[in-house]
Ligand binder design. Structure first.
Ligand code: PMP
Length: 355
């Protein structure tokens, strides 16, 4: 730390992203990306837009916002496009939370929530998941604080129902409830349709998972016009051109690829279920995932050993050292071929451990 670093950030522990190896030597199942490249139409759109990079991007991302709103069935004024959904979440923490408006979230969830809270000097409290790792919506009723819940949750993959979210919204009318739907396309129940009914609902979604654009950095916040106007105040006070030209073009074109999108999502779900079955046959406990990853624990090897042994064999998965989840690994769902390699290597490791 330099002597110039602000004291207010001195204790900040930054978010640690999953490993991003520089070479392609790994079967990469560690950061919940899509295994599928974007379709050609997206590559063409990016190329065309590349020829206009001397110009700033449209600060309103108007065409993209309109298309996104159309796909989601909401009004453009109810959508804000952001640099990944991480930015939407940070804007929401900045806009709606402060010393007098704390935030609560599950103790096992997306690691960035506590970082955003600390970064912005926001008091926060975590609420333990149940023993089966589920979120119990009753723990969030009348909490008198803002709420953020990843639904489906990460790294567990479990989801709560829309009607459970409604109970949380109804019981906290003076607080904003942020529902982080990064993984919703793989089996969760979206709350986007509730934004007209609840003025305190903000939903965030991303193009990073089901739409194969993790590297483009594109996400969005969806909520009533006033919430979105507040987020815009933060955006125009930090980074008006937050979505670059090539990303906006990629996002617009990928939203036109409905059939491609449906095929990708269906394939991931199929690969998820077949991998889950095989892991259970191998003695794993596997949570009921509604996402593009599985959270699984072996009855033979520890989470850390499995992670290390898989890495040594060229397969990257994610391991977290938190006490309650240290026995588990999180496995992103890839192509059928990638899952076959993962399973073969896992079987090898289990056999060795038996001897
Ligand atoms: N929320 C959750 C629960 C996530 O797992 C992620 C991805 N790491 C994000 C939000 C942020 O994704 P992105 O910024 O790529 O949209």
């Amino acid at each position: 730390m330099s002597k110039f670093f602000s004291a207010k950030y001195a204790k900040l522990v930054p978010y640690v992203p999953g490993e991003q190896p520089k070479d392609a030597q790994y079967v990469k199942l560690n950061t919940n990306e899509s295994p599928f490249s974007p379709p050609n139409s997206v590559l063409e759109a990016v190329k065309t837009e590349g020829g206009r990079l001397q110009l700033y991007s449209d600060p309103e991302s108007a065409l993209l916002t309109q298309k996104t709103a159309e796909v989601l069935g909401v009004q453009p004024s109810q959508v804000l496009m952001t640099n990944g959904s991480d930015e939407a979440l940070n804007f929401a923490f900045m806009a709606f939370c402060d010393e007098n408006h704390p935030i609560v979230f599950p103790d096992i969830s997306y690691g960035f929530y506590s970082v955003f809270a600390k970064l912005n000097g926001i008091p926060y409290k975590t609420i333990p998941l149940k023993d089966d790792f589920s979120v119990d919506y009753r723990d969030y009723l009348g909490v008198k604080a803002n709420v953020v819940i990843a639904n489906p949750n990460a790294p567990t993959g479990l989801a709560i129902s829309r009607s459970e979210v409604e109970e949380i919204l109804k019981s906290n009318p003076e607080n904003v409830v942020i529902i982080d739907e990064a993984y919703v396309d793989f089996g969760g129940e979206s709350c986007v349709a509730l934004i007209d009914k609840y003025e305190n609902l903000l939903v965030t979604q991303t193009f990073s998972k089901s739409r194969s654009l993790a590297g483009a950095r594109l996400g969005m916040a969806i909520g009533n016009e006033k919430l979105i106007a507040d987020l815009n105040t933060i955006k125009y006070s930090t980074n008006p051109y937050n979505v670059n030209r090539m990303t906006a073009a990629a996002g617009f074109s990928v939203l036109c690829e409905t059939e491609w999108f449906e095929t990708c999502v269906r394939t991931i779900k199929e690969n998820r279920e077949s991998t889950k079955t095989r892991l259970q046959e191998l003695g794993f406990t596997v949570l009921d995932s509604k996402t593009n990853f599985l959270f699984a624990k072996s009855d033979k090897v520890s989470g850390e050993t499995l992670y290390k042994e898989l890495k040594a064999r060229g397969v990257l998965v994610r391991h977290f050292s938190g006490e309650r989840i240290k026995d588990y690994v999180r496995i992103t769902i890839g192509t059928a071929e990638q899952m076959q390699i993962f399973l073969t290597k896992t079987e090898e490791i289990l056999k060795e451990k038996k001897v």
